[in-house]
Each structure stands twice: as structure tokens, then as C-alpha cells.
Design a protein around this ligand. Structure first.
Ligand SMILES: *Cc1c(COP(=O)(O)O)cnc(C)c1O
Length: 399
């Protein structure tokens, strides 16, 4: 079974079958190797494994069979040669930058990336001489003109959060190739079940596994996927030295998450499509952001680049912050939390939470207005979601 070539299989099969390496116990579901270290048959074997002449497990900071199974499964799903599991999505981004960049290097990032990513770039990497410029996700001229001789990396998320703008990955890959810089895509919102950036020309894919890969809101983790040299050697070497390691227990949770990823992403997308279409017709709703709506500015691009629109929907209610808060507080089923990618629908007010630290004028300029509400659509029944949102909308309209 483990010799079966899964590279050409669909994401459902890959999520269920890739990375399986049963032990002599012939377990059907992966074992959790809850051990910090591994023993050697002899001093010579220990020396050979430490020296890298012989493969094998040494110490769980950098080699653990459960983590390896997760890495192999996700690598196959993303179509990459290698994958490194990390302790969080942020440590996946940190490990990538620390392993591949140095003082004097420059990053060009899309402006709407995850807030903590902006903080990592601006407040932390900057102290090590790594500078970052931010450009609009869909302004390809801006990407190109932000590139300097010392630029090493283009970094983006698509679709963006919370406005769901979609960037043309192949077009950015062409720009990256021409300037000999890396294209790094945070594939958190689509996952390999809906979008495979490496196939479109990206060099590296980042994941916050905390989101859809687990999908059930249980544990924090991350991953980087790409080629054998950058991921398998350079980023691996940083992980081994610095230790932002994924635990075996968490790797097992993510392995189980990957088994249902395709099915869940289809369900999230289907529910989100229904909710977005419905919201679009509700009085008091000004604007609905969702790539699956024909009126979305990159609807056609999303259709060709993604196999489904994903589960993130945002919309603006009339009445600003007061109405948005009233709406959120009047829902009874939805979970008020900034997390996303969960099987349970979550509702957030970006302007006062995830984007709250941005100055109000910058926030408005970026389209994060006071009436904006973000939904990460879960797998509840569509009718129940609509009934709960209707409760919220009615309360907002009564203001
Ligand atoms: C949550 C998130 C991250 C950070 O991941 P953690 O697992 O919370 O460290 C990075 N990128 C995106 C797009 C995210 O949503």
C-alpha cells in the first residue's frame, strides 16, 4: 500500500491514504509516537544516525514518525517534494524567513495578510535587518515596482481575509520568476483541497494547520511545503536548531483532520455559497464579499484557480459598528470568536478585533469598515444558519 503512487490521485484519496507507514502492529489508523527520543541498537548506529549517514529517528524536536506521517500526507496533497510541520502557523512563517532570508533582504507582502504576520514582518524581522513593503493584493504593477535588488520573497494570502479578494497566483509566479525571487503563498483559506499554489508556480506553501487542516478547533500547528532543498534541508535545519516543532499528538490530530478535509471544504463552500447568496438579498446588507458570487470582482479567476469558493464570507451592515455589534450579539447559534476554519460557524467584527490595532483611517482605506462582519461558515444546517443570521439582521435593522 505504501508503494502506491498517490501523486495523481484526488485530494480525498490523498488525505486518506498518503503518508501511511504502519508498524509491525499493522494499525489501520496512525499511531501516536509519544516519545521524546529514540534508542539505538549500538554506539555505531547512534553515530551513523547523528552523522546523517543512516536515516532514522533520533529526537522528537526534528524526527518523529507521527509528525513525519502528517508531513508526507500534506506534501502529497500540496504536490510538494517536502513538508515541515511546525508548532503554529506563525512559526511556519518564522522558520521560512529565518531559514531563507538574512540581514539586508527584503520582502514584498500583500497588505491584507494575517495581522500577526504583519507584526512579525514589521516588529520582529525588521530588528534583524529584514525589511518588508506592503502592496495591494491584486495590483500587479505595484508588486512589480515594489521589487528591489535585495528583494528575496513575495508573500501573500488568497483569498484575502476578511474581504475575500483573489490574486492570480500564476501571474505573480511569473513576476517572481522574472525577478528571481521566491513566491510564498499562505494557503490557509483554501487548503490543498481547493487550491494548489505549487502547481500554479508558487515556490512555497504555508499553512496555519490550526484552521481548516484540523478543522475542528482543537489544536495549534503549522506547516511549510515546497522543494526538497529549501524545505527538506534549509527549513528543516532551522527547525532542528531552533525547535518550533509540531508535537506528535497534534500531528495525529492533523492527520485525522486531513482525512476529512476534502469533504469538509466542499461542505463549507456549499454552505457559504448559500449564505452569501441569501445575505445578498437581505435588507440592511450593503455588500457581500464572497468569491462564489458572480458580482465578486475576481469571480472568474476564483473559478479557474480554486475548485470551490471556500468558507469565508464577509458583509457590511448599514449602521456601522453599533449595528454590526448588535447583529453579532443577537445571534444565538454562531460562535463569537476570531478563529476560523472550524466546523462550527464563527462570527467576528474585524474592525474591533483582528484589525483593531490598525489606525482607523488605514483600516477604512483597506476596506475594513465599521459595519463589516466576517463569517467563517461551518457545517451546521443551512436553514439554521439563516435563521440565526436573520435574528441578528433583524436586531441590527431595529436600531
Ligand atoms: C491563523 C493564521 C495564521 C497563523 O497561524 P497560527 O496557527 O495561529 O499561528 C497565519 N496565516 C493565516 C492566514 C491565518 O489565518
Amino acid at each position: 500500500m505504501s508503494d502506491y503512487d498517490l501523486d495523481d490521485c484526488g485530494p480525498s484519496t490523498q488525505g486518506l491514504r498518503a503518508g501511511r507507514a504502519p508498524t509491525s502492529e499493522q494499525e489501520h489508523s496512525e499511531a501516536i509516537f509519544a516519545t521524546s527520543s529514540f534508542t539505538f541498537g549500538s554506539a555505531a548506529e547512534a553515530a551513523a544516525k547523528f552523522g546523517g549517514e543512516e536515516p532514522g529517528n533520533i529526537y522528537s524536536r526534528f524526527s518523529n514518525p507521527t509528525v513525519r506521517a502528517f508531513q508526507e500526507r500534506l506534501a502529497v496533497m500540496e504536490g510538494g517534494e517536502a513538508c515541515i510541520g511546525t508548532s503554529s502557523g506563525m512559526s511556519a512563517i518564522l522558520a521560512t524567513c529565518m531559514a531563507l532570508l538574512g540581514a539586508g533582504d527584503h520582502i514584498v507582502s500583500s497588505v491584507g495578510v494575517f495581522g500577526t504576520t504583519v507584526s512579525l514582518f514589521n516588529n520582529h524581522l525588521s530588528r534583524f535587518g529584514i525589511d518588508t513593503s506592503f502592496v495591494s493584493l491584486t495590483d500587479y504593477d505595484a508588486w512589480e515596482s515594489a521589487i528591489r535588488p535585495e528583494t528575496r520573497m513575495l508573500f501573500l494570502e488568497t483569498p484575502s481575509n476578511p474581504l475575500t479578494e483573489v490574486a492570480d497566483i500564476a501571474r505573480l509566479a511569473e513576476i517572481a520568476r522574472r525577478h528571481e525571487v521566491l513566491l510564498v503563498v499562505d494557503n490557509c483559506f483554501c487548503t490543498p483541497a481547493l487550491q494548489r499554489p505549487l502547481e500554479l508556480g508558487a515556490d512555497l506553501v504555508i499553512h496555519s494547520a490550526t484552521k481548516y487542516l484540523d478543522g475542528q478547533g482543537r489544536v495549534v500547528g503549522g506547516a511549510v511545503v515546497g522543494d526538497a532543498k529549501r524545505v527538506g534541508e534549509q527549513i528543516y535545519s532551522f527547525l532542528r536548531a531552533a525547535g518550533p516543532t509540531m508535537s506528535a499528538f497534534n500531528a495525529w490530530i492533523f492527520l485525522k483532520g486531513l482525512e476529512t478535509l476534502s469533504l469538509r471544504m466542499e461542505g463549507h463552500s456549499r454552505n457559504a455559497q448559500a449564505i452569501a447568496e441569501w445575505l445578498n438579498e437581505q435588507p440592511g446588507v450593503r455588500l457581500v464579499n464572497f468569491p462564489g458570487l458572480p458580482g465578486h470582482p475576481q469571480h472568474e479567476l476564483a473559478r479557474s484557480q480554486q475548485s470551490a469558493p471556500g468558507g469565508i464570507v464577509s458583509f457590511e451592515v448599514e449602521g456601522g459598528r453599533e449595528a454590526a455589534w448588535r447583529l453579532i450579539d443577537s445571534t444565538e447559534l454562531l460562535s463569537i470568536t476570531a478563529n476560523l476554519g472550524d466546523v462550527r460557524t464563527t462570527i467576528t467584527h474585524p474592525a474591533s478585533t483582528t484589525h483593531g490595532r490598525n489606525p482607523p483611517d488605514k483600516r477604512e482605506q483597506a476596506g475594513i469598515r465599521e459595519g463589516l462582519v466576517r463569517l467563517s461558515i461551518g457545517l451546521e444546517d443551512e436553514a439554521d444558519l439563516k435563521a440565526d443570521l436573520e435574528r441578528g439582521l433583524a436586531a441590527a435593522r431595529r436600531m
